[in-house]
Each structure stands twice: as C-alpha cells, then as structure tokens.
Design a protein around this ligand. Sequence first.
Ligand SMILES: [Zn+2]
Length: 105
Amino acid sequence: MQCDHRDLIRKYLDSELAGREKESFERHLCSCSECSRELSFYKGLDEKAKGLEPALPPQDFTQRVMAGIEEPGRAAAPNPVYMKLRWAVAYAATAAGVLVPLLGY
Ligand SMILES: [Zn+2]
C-alpha cells in the first residue's frame, strides 16, 4: 500500500515545503518507513547525480541535424507511382495525337 504523503517527498527535497507543511511532513517521516525509505533513495540519487559530468553532444551534432532537415522550398522526392502514371498519360496522349489523324477522326 502506498502512503498518501509520497507526493510530498520530492517537494521536500526541492525545498518546496515550508512552515507547518514542512514540520508536518518531517513528523510523518518519523512514523512512516515507506516515506523514510523513499526519501533516502531519492537523496542517494541526488548525490549520485551531483557527481556526474554533464553530457555534451558531439561537436558535429548541429551540422548533422541541420543536414538532416530538408531545406525550405526544396521539392520532395517524386512519388514513383505518380511518375509512372505521368508517363502512361503522356504515351496515351501521344498515341491519340498520332492515331486520331491517321484514322481520319
Ligand atoms: Zn508516508
């Protein structure tokens, strides 16, 4: 079963609790092993996080991202189905233009 006070743990660690709310939560910690254990866990995580080096992107990160973004106004690659259909219509129109006069219509 989860304690109703668990949502206050992060606020407590982030110094978002003050006055009576903070005192009340600290009293609760003395009697609730679940919150006390979770508070210790988060304090440990915070300590480990403080020891981490900041993660920096590779130097060419911006260039690679920008190269992957399509330039505005640049046409997208043509759809192969559309290209085949376009050629079929062109052949049909040419054939009709040749055959109609030959057939006398
Ligand atoms: Zn609790």
